[in-house]
Ligand binder design. Structure first.
Ligand code: UDP
Ligand code: MN
Length: 343
């Protein structure tokens, strides 16, 4: 017995050693693992509220109907992603799900050359309508940091200004957004935000754009083509381009002015489009609508998990159609000859 009890300290040391070894290797492995997959954050896509939260924060809202919904528009894609239209969802439910999760939404916006003129209204209206009550981190890319207007932000909302070079071609300014978004996600945004929206600056918000828009990979229907047949979509039609889509393929025509989703997913979009833009450029090909063409090709093979209706991307010059019950975000009318460096 005495012999065995003299082994106790030894056994204790051995057991502690094994535990310590396991802990160290586990944390090292976990950190390696995290480094490898730092762009996929699947946990954020699931709504995992602890049940006590439901109990302590009961919320009243209209009973959802199984039988009745909007019948004038499709509110789901053939791959069962929601198409978000007013009155297909309950904002009270969305707020309840997302508001307590301390999410940060990164928002990239470019204003190169004369486009800085659009920044004031973009920011001012975003403060009024865009992701109200959420942390929003605007990343403003401009060749003229001093000209970024001072707009009063609500608590939890901040901006970072990133200086970028100007260019003589608007096509290049628009396309280079992909490269800069990719780089900025890698250097900053991946540690600073959960979701991201990449938006055009020549725009204004007119109504609420909230957490109903959040999803793993979010695309937005272009307001000019949602009523048309796929053959008339302005996809890139030359097979030599990496953005090529033949006449008998394509789901929708998505607008390049709105891309969203989890930071890691949008990183994949930006990286792929950037690589394909460069591949094309090495063969002296520029797709019909530059990065928008590449984006459409990407979304054809990587289906968005949520599709925003044209309520989220309208055009001021366009009269409201009957299915548009509200306009949340719209491209303002611009004098192309005045604002673009080459036209
Ligand atoms: N852009 C810019 N300066 C330019 C041209 C484009 O900053 O000279 C940026 C800006 O964010 C703009 C986006 O690229 O919203 C897309 O370009 P544009 O709005 O001209 O394309 P459109 O919406 O007319 O197709
Ligand atoms: Mn635009």
């Amino acid at each position: 017995m005495r012999f065995f009890s003299s082994l106790y300290p030894l056994a204790f040391i051995m057991v502690s050693g094994v535990i310590a070894l396991f802990y160290v290797s586990h944390t090292t492995l976990t950190s390696w693992f995290r480094r490898d997959v730092c762009f996929s954050q699947p946990s954020i896509t699931f709504v995992e509220l602890p049940s006590e939260m439901h109990m302590s924060e009961r919320v009243q809202y209209k009973q959802p109907s199984v039988l009745h919904g909007r019948s004038d528009v499709a509110s789901v894609t053939p791959w069962l992603a929601p198409i978000v239209w007013k009155d297909t969802y309950d904002p009270v439910v969305f707020d309840h799900i997302y508001k307590n999760r301390n999410l940060t939404i990164a928002t990239t916006v470019f204003a190169v050359g004369k486009y800085i003129l659009f920044m004031h209204d973009f920011l001012e209206t975003a403060e009024k309508y865009f992701m109200v009550g959420f942390n929003v981190h605007y990343y403003i890319f401009t060749d003229n940091p001093k000209a970024v207007p001072e707009v009063k932000f609500s608590p939890g909302r901040v901006k970072t200004i990133i200086e970028v070079p100007g260019s003589k071609r608007w096509q290049e300014i628009s396309s280079r957004r992909m490269e800069m978004i990719q780089k900025t996600i890698e250097e900053h945004i991946k540690d600073e935000a959960d979701y991201i929206f990449c938006l055009d600056v020549d725009t204004k918000f007119y109504d609420y754009w909230g957490p109903e828009s959040l999803g793993t990979l979010v695309a937005c229907l272009h307001p000019g083509y949602y009523e048309q047949q796929r053959e008339s979509f302005p996809y890139e039609r030359r097979s030599a381009s990496t953005a090529y889509i033949p006449n008998n393929e394509g789901d929708y025509y998505y607008g390049g002015a709105v891309i969203g989703g989890l930071v890691g997913e949008v990183h994949k979009v930006a990286k792929t489009c950037r690589e394909n833009l460069e591949l094309d450029a090495s063969k002296s090909i520029e797709a019909a609508w530059q990065e928008e063409s590449h984006l459409n090709r990407y979304f054809l093979y990587n289906k968005p998990t949520k599709v925003l209706s044209p309520e989220y991307l309208w055009q001021d010059f366009k009269a409201k159609t009957k299915e548009i019950r509200t306009i949340r975000f719209s491209q303002v009318i611009k004098n192309y000859a005045e604002v673009r460096p080459n036209q």
